[in-house]
Design a protein around this ligand. Structure first.
Ligand SMILES: Cc1ncc(COP(=O)(O)O)c(C=O)c1O
Length: 386
């Protein structure tokens, strides 16, 4: 196989943090027991590690208690659990057009069942129009759901400001942190977030098939369980146990995944996180600047084009070419792996003016090198002008 240059960290990060694969193998080969279902040493050891990982997540993201850290199969599940757990026919919910289908599709199902959606407007760079949004966030809303950063163009949302408005007006606030958890600091307390959904496999550098949903008590109380089943606790009850995390966490946990995520969090804890964040910002700025050099040659760079206002996700539209063909050539001729299309966010493209053609998306991670971006520049130049 020839050169391979991975620019699809927004879909899933690669490589994973050092130690993740080893921790998963260790669980599968050395531990193996279920949690809450066995009275023997290896089951206690697994339970202890699961609690440690909950505690790490609780500290890192400012959840009120480790019990309020719910393991899910992914952020899609966590977002569905919140939306379908809280909203009932006649309720009103606010969302932005920059949301991923993990939010748009459950909202559409809920709308068909009689929930009203209030759309918070965004500019053509994907930024929330805060003054207009503030007028629309009225106290009769039950919930506001917002992505922290767009998975199409990387634009960040003003989470703190929206959180404050929601708290003042008694609206529950759910944040989709799929594209921000990892690099971007997140603290549920000061940001007034009631539900924070994230996957293990993107910026946290953990494995696929696992997500985390962190909840305030108010949000947890407002939620009906999306799925019910065995928890290993209060087996006498035919309803879900009344306490967290069990009430919202049915079935056997993804234990290899939790061990892997634990190792990823250990790795993050050993890093200078401010330095990593700064480097990601500089990489993003470098990528934007290199791509923006070709605007007169028919390349449109989307979003704010300001690395301070976005995460490391940069989308381009090859105005006079077919984006799918360009992404194909990037991989075939240069080994550059990107993602092309609508990225599961059709309304974001309508907002950004790239519907239906979509974009080619480049996304960086902590292991991206500056020279990889220079290599991308050369490849894009070749495709545009070669
Ligand atoms: C903004 C956003 N939300 C939600 C998701 C869904 O994440 P997952 O597929 O891990 O459930 C993604 C995945 O790309 C995303 O980018």
């Amino acid at each position: 196989m020839g050169k391979s240059c991975y620019f699809d960290n927004a879909a899933t990060s690669f490589p994973k943090a050092p130690g993740v694969a080893e921790a998963m193998t260790n669980y599968l080969t050395q531990v193996g027991s279920n949690v809450g279902r066995g009275d023997y040493q290896s089951a206690y050891a697994a339970a202890e590690r699961v609690l440690e990982v909950r505690e790490k997540l609780c500290r890192r993201f400012g959840a009120p208690d480790p019990r309020n850290v719910i393991f899910t199969p992914g952020s899609t599940y966590g977002l569905n659990a919140v939306l379908k757990g809280v909203l009932r026919p006649g309720d009103k919910v606010a969302a932005s057009p920059m949301e991923h289908n993990a939010v748009l599709r459950p909202l559409t199902q809920l709308e068909q069942a009689g929930v009203e959606i209030v759309w918070l407007p965004c500019s053509h760079t994907g930024e929330l129009l805060l003054d207009q949004a503030a007028e629309l966030l009225t106290p009769d809303l039950k919930l506001c759901v917002l992505t922290h950063a767009s998975n199409v163009c990387g634009t960040r949302m003003p989470i703190e400001a929206v959180g404050r408005l929601c708290r003042e007006r008694g609206i529950l606030f759910c944040v989709d942190a799929a594209q921000s958890a990892g690099f971007v600091p997140l603290d549920m307390g000061p940001m007034e977030i009631d539900a924070l959904a994230m996957p293990a496999h993107k910026g946290l550098l953990g494995p696929q098939g696992l997500g985390v949903l962190l909840l305030t008590d108010a949000m947890a109380e407002a939620m009906e369980p999306l799925v019910s089943g065995g928890t290993g606790s209060r087996s006498d009850l035919l309803e879900m146990p009344p306490f967290l995390p069990d009430r919202l966490e049915p079935g056997t946990l993804n234990l290899p995944g939790i061990y892997g995520l634990g190792a990823a969090l250990d790795w993050w804890e050993g890093q200078d996180q401010a330095a990593l964040r700064h480097r990601e910002e500089r990489l993003t700025g470098h990528l934007i600047a290199r791509l923006a050099e070709y605007e007169e040659d028919g390349l449109r760079v989307l979003g704010t084009r300001d690395e301070k206002k976005q995460v490391g996700v940069v989308s381009v539209d090859f105005l006079e070419k077919d984006n799918a063909e360009c992404a194909y050539r990037l991989e075939r001729d240069f080994g550059i792996q990107t993602r092309c299309g609508l990225h599961c966010a059709p309304l974001a493209h309508k907002t950004l003016g790239t519907y239906p053609q979509g974009t080619v998306r480049f996304s960086v991670g902590p292991f991206t090198r500056f020279e990889d971006i220079d290599y991308v520049q050369g490849a894009v130049a070749e495709i545009l002008c070669g």
